[in-house]
Design a protein around this ligand. Sequence first.
Ligand SMILES: Nc1ncnc2c1ncn2[C@@H]1O[C@H](COP(=O)(O)OP(=O)(O)OP(=O)(O)O)[C@@H](O)[C@H]1O
Length: 648
Amino acid sequence: MGRLRGVGAGRDREEFVTESERLLFGGRLRYDMGWSRHDDAVLELTLRRTLVRLPQMVAMSVRLAWAADRRATRAVALAEVARGVAQAVMLLSVQAVLVALLEPADVTDGLRDAMPAIAVMTVVGAVGAVARAVSTYADGTLQPKVERHAQERYLERALGVELQAIEDHAFHKLLESAQFGASSARRMIGHGTRVISALLSLAAAAGVLAVLHPVLMPMLLLMTMPSAWSALTIARRRYQSYQEWVQHSRAANTLSRLIIEADAAAEVRVHGVGPFLLRHFRAMSQSYEGEQARLAREAAGTRLVASALTGATALATYLVLGGLLWSGAMEVAAAGAAVVAIRTGSSSLDNLIAQVNSMHEDSLFVTDLHQIVEQSTGREIPVGGAPLPERPESIEVEGVTFAFPGTEGPPALRGVSLTIPVGRVTALVGENGSGKSTLIKLLCGLYRPQAGRIRFGGQDIAAADRQDLFSRFAVVGQDFYRWPFTARVNVAVGRTAVPISEERLEAAAAQAGAGDVVAGLPHGWGTLLSRVFQRGHQLSGGQWQKLGIARAAYRDAPILIVDEPTAALDARAEQEVFDRIRALADAGRTVVLITHRMASVRDADLVHVLHGGRLVESGTPDELLRGGGRYAEMYGIQAAQFARSGAA
Ligand SMILES: Nc1ncnc2c1ncn2[C@@H]1O[C@H](COP(=O)(O)OP(=O)(O)OP(=O)(O)O)[C@@H](O)[C@H]1O
């Protein structure tokens, strides 16, 4: 990575855009790690730093485990300590047995002297085995709980942030990366357990070596250095690569999903899109394979160097041991015990390094999880606030300007001021992209204006309780969500805070003209509305639209926002929907209607016309028609179309 940060790095990176990335996704899909927030953490992934971070990481796993299940955590900790102590006692007993066997001239005496140590070895062997079984069981129950806990925390955070955070690609990338945090948290527990166990057994081996000869312990450490270095280097490269390629992999997955996606299946076949998608899937996968091959090549080289160094240090250690024996500085029995301790110690150290390394890698993903918490701070939907008036006279939009963050060009809304009277139908009209849907999202409190304010009966909604604000609205958007659940849930999802009421469902369906749709379903309200599951049923666009309106009716909120509610409806159904919308307003509901059908707007009490993010006209439909402005022009165009088709 350091190389990429060099002078020519930007140019190299720009050049390295695959054809698929450019054609399908409009450019490079790899993150510039030089600018990544993780960069510091990753590039500092050195042996020293990792070891310094070890206590932090162990503490992190303990905290995760403690929050998930205290009893199991305690059981794992006790069992692991018991295992470590058993191992230490075992090593000391081995030394005692060797001394007893090698020192006396008579073998029988030696065996007799060794008996107590052999008995101790048997007991601690059994204790170690039981401790291991306890740890395996407790760890097995603990890990899934930790994963669920972490996953819930993640989902709660994702749910709690503003729409704008979800739409921010950097935050979204973090969300994607952090979704692995939960399984990493689970693995951290396993690694944490094994780290403690390796540390204890290492301490035992080191203790024995220190007693035998002071030079042996540093030799043991030296022997393990190369594998530690290689493991950390490989892990660092892997994580960097993951971070850089996360969007690319996601894009390749999107391509493979599109090939099997039910909604795209017809077009994929009729237009022959399949081979095109497959070709680009192959190309994108191949470029990722190239990256993986690079990682594998570098890992192989690093491992080779590490093995050579390990061999050299092992040789040096045994030469030192030989020298000690030859010079008479050490007895044969002690040398035998030293060999056992070195073998145990180096295998514990290797194990420790491997575990610390995996733990470090996983801890980076768990850190992403923590970063979600950190980065969502300040972006979460505020809790609490001033209550809104129960029945405001009107909603006032005052000089509102709003630009989508990170977008260029003029703001989506510029100095818009208008009034939405309560209990009336207000229509918002304007050409595509004029800012109608954006204004609606601001009204509902999904976005905040950069200038100006929106008042609900005099109360600025910026200071209002957002949940209270949300509760005032029912929205039937152009792209209302088609939940892959039953018809019942697709309507009742309008109000999930209370138990589902069949009576209310029927009333909502009747209000939306969706009664026939439900009656025609094979299992009525219980019909699953998704073909990708067993017993699933497919609705037509118009049938879905009626259910969408029923959902809003079920929500029963004082303000109903309908964004192109009739686009997929036939002429009769369209008329019925507008009649119903009118009736809702007559019954005291406030309706904000967005539509391109000018004739439908004629029933509105007030019309606001947006153009290029500005309010250009306001008035009753008759006033605007008489005024001869934009509304009159759009109305005239549509009326002429009808007249032409009528004459034909
Ligand atoms: N999430 C978004 N991020 C960035 N820009 C957006 C986003 N949503 C809308 N825009 C831009 O804001 C402008 C206004 O869009 P908006 O959806 O409000 O228009 P509209 O009047 O509802 O259009 P239509 O009649 O086509 O539904 C457009 O230029 C659009 O590209």
